[in-house]
Design a protein around this ligand. Structure first.
Ligand SMILES: O=P(O)(O)OC[C@H]1O[C@H](O[C@H]2O[C@H](CO)[C@@H](O)[C@H](O)[C@H]2O)[C@H](O)[C@@H](O)[C@@H]1O
Length: 385
């Protein structure tokens, strides 16, 4: 799956701008001027790029935006159109992690499970207002219980502080801004967290902070007129939401976002669920964050660890791919009701199933520990009898 590739047709936009604009070539250097005549030039630049973007390209772009987060209505229409065969074939390739639970835990024999959890769409349901994506208290309890048994990290596109405000569990690792802001737990619950990586803080994109501030302001200015568009500053990256934007305005919104980002050659755009993600073009993503956290926990290149990553979004594919590279040493679980191209091995339908999976893991671990204690006691008894 071309998950990390830029979904918005990049070449067409760049080519259009390069031929038509006075600021073509190197585009607008960083830092770009924030007001004055430069702004008019950029707007002209944007309009010229828009004018040259072909209709075919626009259709492809809107299709990709539509596919980024299928609605219930679309899913129902797909079912009615008889694509359940496709769904069955997809499920055969990516079976339910609940159905394959025994297989998954069997793979962890002799290994330390490390849990990686995405936030939006995985622990919390997808809602229209990003500021209202609360997780339920029962989900919080499930995550807390998991963290008592296994080192656990939240890996999110959100700013780390914001995702912490939603999750509110100090015993977890947090990797915000798509893994570009990693922090170890403030308090430890599992023995592992106590000894390893507690004080870790890693921010590979810190030099981009002023640029992200600027691009956020530019995006707010340029999208102000688009009803329903929302710009969210996620510290080391920015999200431009179009979930509440009329579909008719999607193409022009995409062009606007691309136009602004073109002024910052060190940034790139990718697409998540009804959202454009603007972020530094550094070689760092959720997959690298996963690797970094494993290393911090003392599991670099280890065969005695089983990372389990659960996520629903395109950016989670970087982590799924990373797990695939660690042959036989990871479990990628995609949260989706609909067939999607993915590098994950298993699937869960929705956050409710994620919670069930987490609780089963906790139960299984507690049982295994109890069995081990019994066996040890029996062995001790045998030795003294
Ligand atoms: O990596 P994640 O934790 O999944 O974060 C990815 C983005 O999630 C949020 O947006 C998504 O959820 C919103 C609330 O349900 C929804 O309104 C939006 O359409 C989704 O794209 C978050 O707001 C973004 O900043 C994250 O980058």
């Amino acid at each position: 799956m071309a998950q990390t590739s830029v979904v918005v047709p990049e070449v067409g936009m760049a080519a259009a701008a390069a031929t038509a604009c006075p600021c073509s070539g190197s585009l607008v250097p960083y830092p770009p001027p924030r007001a004055g005549p430069g702004m008019t030039v950029r707007r002209k630049c944007l309009r010229a790029a828009q004018a040259e973007l072909g209709a075919g390209l626009l259709n492809g772009l809107v299709e990709s935006m539509r596919a980024s987060s299928p609605t219930h209505a679309r899913a129902a229409a797909a079912l009615a159109a008889g694509v359940d065969e496709e769904h069955a074939a997809w499920m055969a390739k990516h079976p339910s992690a609940l159905g394959k639970f025994e297989e998954i835990v069997a793979a962890s024999k002799g290994k330390q499970i490390v849990m990686f959890l995405d936030y939006d769409g995985t622990l919390s349901p997808i809602v229209n207002d990003p500021d209202a994506a609360f997780m339920s208290e029962t989900m919080r309890m499930a995550v807390r219980s998991v963290a008592k048994q296994f080192p656990t990290a939240i890996v999110s596109g959100r700013c780390r502080d914001k995702v912490f405000e939603f999750v509110k569990l100090a015993e977890l690792y947090y990797a915000g801004s798509h893994g570009m802001d990693i922090k170890g737990p403030a308090k430890s619950s599992s023995g592992h967290a106590k000894s390893k990586a507690k004080g870790v803080l890693f921010q590979p994109a810190s030099e981009f902070l002023p640029m992200i501030e600027q691009v956020t302001q530019r995006l707010i200015e340029e999208t102000r007129h688009v009803r329903g568009a929302k710009v969210e500053n996620n510290k080391f990256c920015v999200s431009v939401h179009f979930r509440c934007v009329d579909e008719k305005s999607w193409a022009s919104l995409a062009e606007t976002v691309k136009g602004v980002v073109r002024e910052y050659p060190k940034l790139r755009v990718s697409q998540g669920r009804m959202v454009f993600e603007v972020r530094p073009s550094i070689k760092w993503d959720k997959g690298k964050a996963l690797e970094f956290l494993l290393e911090s926990l003392g599991f670099a290149e280890c065969s005695n660890v089983l990372p389990v990553y659960i996520g629903d979004d395109r950016t989670d594919e970087d982590a799924f791919r990373m797990l695939r590279q660690r042959t036989g040493q990871g479990v990628g679980i995609l949260v989706s009701k609909h067939p999607k191209e993915t590098s994950a091995s298993f699937s869960l339908q929705e956050p409710a199933e994620v919670m069930e999976f987490l609780l089963r893991l906790v139960e299984w671990k507690q049982l295994s520990k109890a069995r081990l204690r019994l066996r040890r006691r029996a062995a001790d008894h045998g030795a003294t009898a």
